[in-house]
Design a protein around this ligand. Structure first.
Ligand SMILES: *Cc1c(COP(=O)(O)O)cnc(C)c1O
Length: 832
């Protein structure tokens, strides 16, 4: 039977899974795919591929239904296809109808910060009273919310969902999908200000989440929130009980607190008895955690949980790291550390991440039971088995009673343990080798203890790389260049110090078009780590040609000398003409033109001979022609940049004529993408911008810093005036001082030019200047007046101390600081 195509009708799917990202397919027969035409990917491109993998239900958009797509779907057999105006709207409608089937309390959370933490804490605090369904991770967007709500089933007795918006008119849809009965408005800050006319408008938009709520909890100290609620929500939703808290007398609940070093004692007073005269000890002292905790406390009181119970449960809360970290383990292993919770969606996300990593072929998962899924165990563990299988897990370590009970459903090689302790008792240092190990467990299983055992001991200095920030920056440049221009990403010099294999994995996952490295060995290393993207090598020495071909790396050809060597190499091996042809076609080359940088490249006078040679060897495949700008970031060189561009375009067109086809043309680096968008041609070469530095300093705010370079305090000394510090007695104390020795030196990449007060590091929020000379492995800093003890964290650069500032202090550029971070410094990669 051929495909059935429904036009603009309600989608009555029997699928169990909603899919919007083709890469996350697991259960094809039970999946419906929504082809969404997003800013970066068009889902319609993946329809044919998904059909091949077994998907039989599709939602597509009428406006994308061109002849090609029509022909494709008409060839489908036994498929059901809904053609709609908007796939996103259709997805949201499906979720909305699903939600409407359940009549249970649902908590809807919005606000600028803390949504995910409040949601997770509530899940934990209420686990004894309810079977909860909640948003996985921070699935709070226009797509994330429908996917979250879709998880609801008959067994759940409470829903907790978060809603995030970045521009006007987005909240209405989320309200209709979540239909919260109880609201929490966490706070308001500057996030996404750019999407709104004013802070007030943003608050008003967020309030739309609560138009049908019976109760709303919010902190009235945020006057924007308080005013808009009284002005607008009161008239839109007069029946909503407003549970305001804060310092003012006018709040329903007055909250006060005081702290010692470990806890905060919160006192609530109210005219309403439920909230009056309540005292709680909260195990945090930072402002944000205390605020998040109070939201939770008040919600629990509102639900009628006894105060004594609440006091106990609150005491057990721990800070939440929602981060998924990739780090080096013992015995040449890589660990994926995701120890906070374990539900099916979270597990799917983590396994997707595991399957994206090609650094090691042996893949192991250490998993705890899944708690509170509300699903029948046989179904659940059958699903887990499929997931493990699909995502390439070869070996499972399963911890918990439920896993043991359901072992018959697990077909991958597995070992079972009842408790984490049982497993730790059997774990030896030889248990894992050369493997990629996912460690994912529900909170009560305390899997951080397993991580601790398997992790390579870090000597204190680490460079943490935020993979989400990297993705954010990539998307910023993608939006700048648009869909018609390709992106080559420069991962030379260990990906600007950030770790080439891991960064390249992420870029491969996000489907960039090309990678470039400086030397052949860098390319070989990427291939050995499973990178399959095309890779250009900018400085390929002839002694490495053999390797280039073996690893399918594409050389930059920049002079007649290297061209001749390439040609003679190609001809010296194979003996028959056919073989020559075959090989030549396999590895394309890239031709570099020198238009004024005067580093590498053919100059204008070299062109006639180059053209002659290209014509002589028609089998030589030229993938691209490119050039490099010498001053793209500086306005004084604009004229020169323009002339470089013109010389390049005319040189490239001469080559094109000679070749009879059009190789890709590219000239822009990161700075150029921002300042010369008209020159983007067929491809751009993104470098430093991906790593978070906007060298023009025009768009720095749009980028996120990806790295945090940190170390620890090794020792603290209190010394009198007149003492001297370090080699050559170069630091002289003019007054009594506290000196902290930190575990970083110039051998780690902390430049010696930071000596004698030039450099400053952050310890517990305070800037501490370097005293005396930076040593090889250590540095002394002045921490007078700062609360500091051994083991405290020290930030060299990070969000609160931008790398650009450091570069300015010693008169260099961020490039040098980043690439100067020694390879002995461990890199830790994480995702939120
Ligand atoms: C390094 C490099 C780039 C990238 O430059 P950024 O300033 O980091 O964007 C582009 N092209 C060539 C030839 C390079 O060597």
């Amino acid at each position: 039977m051929t495909a059935t195509i429904f036009q603009n009708t309600q989608i009555d799917t029997n699928a169990a899974y909603l899919l919007t990202d083709s890469r996350q397919l697991v259960f094809p027969q039970q999946t419906i795919f929504f082809a969404i035409n997003g800013a970066r990917h068009d889902g319609h491109q993946f329809v044919a591929e998904l059909y091949k993998k077994g998907v039989r239900q599709f939602v597509i958009e009428q406006k994308s239904l061109d002849n090609k797509l029509l022909a494709t779907i008409e060839s489908f057999e036994n498929a059901r296809i809904w053609s709609v105006d908007s796939s996103l709207k259709a997805l949201q409608n499906v979720a909305k109808r699903h939600r409407a089937q359940f009549d249970i309390p649902v908590i809807g959370i919005t606000g600028s910060n803390g949504k995910t933490i409040v949601k997770e804490w509530l899940g934990q605090l209420l686990s004894a009273d309810y079977r909860t369904v909640k948003s996985p991770k921070s699935y709070n967007s226009q797509i994330g919310v429908p996917l979250s709500v879709w998880q609801m089933n008959d067994t759940h007795t409470l829903g907790i969902f978060e809603a995030g918006i970045s521009q006007i008119h987005e909240m209405k849809a989320l309200q209709e999908i979540i239909q919260p009965s109880i609201g929490i408005f966490t706070n308001i800050g500057s996030a996404h200000d750019e999407g709104f006319r004013s802070r007030k408008q943003k608050v008003t938009e967020k309030l739309r989440l609560f138009t049908q709520c019976n109760q709303l909890i919010y902190r009235a100290d945020y006057t924007d929130i308080d005013e808009e609620i009284n002005l607008i929500l009161k008239s839109v939703n007069p029946k909503c009980e407003l549970i305001s808290w804060g310092s003012s007398e006018n709040c329903l609940i007055q909250a006060e607190w005081h702290q010692d070093t470990e806890q905060t004692y919160v006192v609530l007073k109210s005219a309403v008895e439920t909230y009056d005269n309540q005292l709680f000890a909260v195990p945090f002292t930072d402002e944000a955690s205390v605020e998040n905790c109070i939201h939770c406390l008040i919600l629990l009181l509102t639900l009628g949980i006894p105060s004594a119970e609440i006091r106990q449960r609150i005491g057990r809360l721990r800070p939440i790291s929602m981060r998924l970290e990739l780090k080096e383990g013992i015995n040449n292993c890589y660990l994926i550390d995701d120890t906070y919770n374990n539900d099916l969606v979270g597990l799917t996300i983590a396994l997707n991440f595991l399957s994206q990593q090609e650094q090691r072929t042996q893949k192991v998962a250490i998993l705890s039971d899944l708690l509170q899924t509300g699903q029948k165990e046989d179904e659940l563990y059958t699903q887990i088995n499929t997931l493990l299988h699909e995502k390439g897990v070869q070996k499972l370590i399963a911890i918990g009673e439920a896993f043991k009970r359901n072992a018959q459903f697990i077909k991958v090689e597995a070992q079972y343990f009842t408790t984490t302790n049982d497993f730790l008792a059997k774990l030896s240092t030889h248990s894992f080798r050369d493997s990629l190990v996912l460690i994912k467990g529900a909170r009560p299983f305390q899997f951080e203890r397993i991580v601790h055992r398997l992790q390579q001991k870090v000597h204190g200095t680490v460079l943490e790389i935020n993979l989400d920030a990297l993705t954010h920056n990539l998307n910023f440049y993608r939006n700048r260049v648009g869909n018609d221009t390709r992106i080559m990403v420069m991962v030379k010099a260990f990906a600007y110090g950030s770790g080439s294999a891991e960064v390249a994995q992420l870029l491969q996952f996000h489907r960039v078009d090309y990678l470039a490295v400086a030397y052949t060995d860098e390319g070989v290393q990427l291939r050995q780590n499973g990178i399959e993207l095309p890779i250009m090598v900018m400085n390929p020495s002839p002694s490495t040609f053999e390797k280039l071909i073996e690893y399918q790396l594409e050389p930059e050809i920049y002079s007649h000398k290297i061209l001749d060597e390439w040609l003679s190499f190609q001809y010296s091996g194979p003996t028959t003409e056919e073989e020559v042809k075959d090989e030549m076609q396999e590895v394309p080359i890239h031709i570099k033109l020198d238009t004024g940088m005067h580093r590498l490249g053919f100059t204008e006078v070299d062109l006639p001979l180059l053209i002659h040679k290209l014509q002589q060897f028609p089998t030589l495949k030229v993938a691209s022609v490119f050039s490099h700008l010498a001053g793209a970031d500086e306005a004084i060189h604009n004229e020169f940049t323009r002339s470089q561009y013109e010389r390049f375009v005319s040189g490239a067109s001469l080559l094109e004529q000679a070749l009879g086809y059009q190789p890709l043309r590219h000239i822009l680096n990161s700075a150029g993408i921002v300042r010369f968008p008209d020159y983007k041609l067929d491809m751009v070469r993104l470098g430093i911008g991906l790593y978070g530095v906007e060298v023009n300093r025009l768009e720095q705010r749009a980028l996120q810093q990806i790295g945090t370079f940190k170390t620890v305090v090794s020792q603290v000394k209190h010394l009198p005036a007149g003492e001297t510090i370090g080699y050559s007695r170069n630091g002289i104390l003019e007054k009594a001082s506290s000196i902290a020795t930190i575990a970083i030196g110039y051998a780690d990449g902390f430049d010696r030019r930071f000596s004698k007060g030039v450099g400053k590091v952050l310890i517990n929020g305070a800037l501490c200047p370097v005293v005396g000379n930076v040593c090889m492995d250590m540095t002394m800093v002045d921490a007078t007046g700062v609360t500091v003890q051994e083991g405290d964290e020290v930030i060299i650069f990070g969000n609160d101390l931008p790398i650009v500032q450091l570069a300015d202090q010693i008169g260099t550029i961020s490039y040098e600081l980043l690439t100067g971070i020694s390879e002995r410094v461990k890199r830790v990669f994480y995702k939120e």
